[in-house]
Design a protein. Structure first.
Length: 306
């Protein structure tokens, strides 16, 4: 089949316009997110979370001109839970179940304004001490970094394949040039966890968009922002605490608390194509049987735009 030279040139022109406009409208990011309580000298309960994220960022100007923007986001994550007596092999001394959760996630976010938007997504993953790579990774870290004995993972939650539907809703209100009131709600429905959560907080700094807990917007300027807020969750089902919803496959038999409250205090600093975020999280008990009333851990995020 013969194709005219003029048609080839036109196709090349379309590709040139498409890729260059895509570059002008959107850029990509990659981030490393780490949750850990070792920063506070503890190693218990939700003790570790590692997340690799990749997705799109779009400028505020493109939102204003298009009235709506959509971005895609991918995540590879691992979460580890550990009892306070982490070396015990006696079931009656365990106040929190060992659990590992390894998953991949896809989300599509849509924003209609600087503050208002939503996302829908899907998670698929596995639990299990070795299947989730949680036990070998935790013990590798304990052995070579902390110089500590290996953990036995007594009475851990069993291996199971899980699916979750994920949805989020964002909103906000600009109070003045240096203060925003932000809200962020999320709904998870699936075999691993089903819960509703909502956070409300103040974002300090000269930013006119939803900057915390959202990676959709591209900010070309240097910026600093501080956040103070709280989050409430109501859990309908949590495999990490109770095992299967329809089969009694958990050795750990304590009932978990459905209502969780968390205090969040953090900041981020943006310079050039780098963004650094630190958030202190303090949450109440998940079980009445826990030896410690609250658990505090630190979230660190390093993000690169390219």
């Amino acid at each position: 089949m013969n194709i005219k030279t003029s048609n080839i040139r036109f196709i090349k022109f379309l590709f040139f316009i498409f890729f260059n406009c895509s570059y002008l409208i959107a850029q990509n990011y990659f981030s490393l997110n780490v949750d850990n309580d070792l920063f506070f000298g503890t190693d218990r309960y939700y003790s570790s979370g590692i997340f690799l994220k990749y997705g799109n960022k779009v400028s505020i100007d493109s939102l204003i001109s298009n009235n709506k923007i959509s971005t895609k986001h991918f995540k590879l994550g691992q979460k580890i839970n550990t009892p306070s007596y982490r070396y015990t092999k006696e079931l009656e001394k365990i106040d929190y179940p060992y659990n590992g959760w390894l998953f991949v996630e896809y989300k599509k976010k849509t924003f209609y304004s600087n503050y208002k938007g939503y996302s829908i997504g899907l998670q698929i993953g596995t639990t299990g001490d070795n299947e989730s790579l949680s036990k070998p990774m935790q013990n590798l870290y304990h052995k070579y970094i902390l110089d500590l004995p290996s953990l036995p993972w007594t009475a851990h939650q069993p291996q199971s394949l899980h699916f979750n539907f994920v949805s989020e809703y964002y909103n906000g209100l600009k109070i003045n040039n240096s203060l925003n009131l932000l809200s962020h709600s999320e709904f998870y429905l699936g075999s691993y966890e089903s819960y509703f959560g909502t956070r409300l907080g103040f974002q300090f700094g000269k930013l006119n968009y939803h900057a915390f807990y959202n990676n959709s917007f591209l900010n070309p300027n240097k910026s600093f922002s501080f956040y103070l807020g709280n989050k409430i969750e109501y859990g309908f089902h949590r495999y990490e605490f109770s095992g299967g919803l329809f089969n009694n496959n958990s050795i750990f038999k304590h009932d978990y608390l459905k209502l969780i409250h968390k205090i969040e205090i953090g900041f981020f600093y943006k310079t050039n194509n780098w963004k650094f975020t630190a958030i202190v999280n303090s949450r109440n008990k998940d079980f009445k049987s826990q030896r410690y009333k609250r658990h505090t851990y630190l979230t660190l995020i390093i993000l690169k735009v390219f």
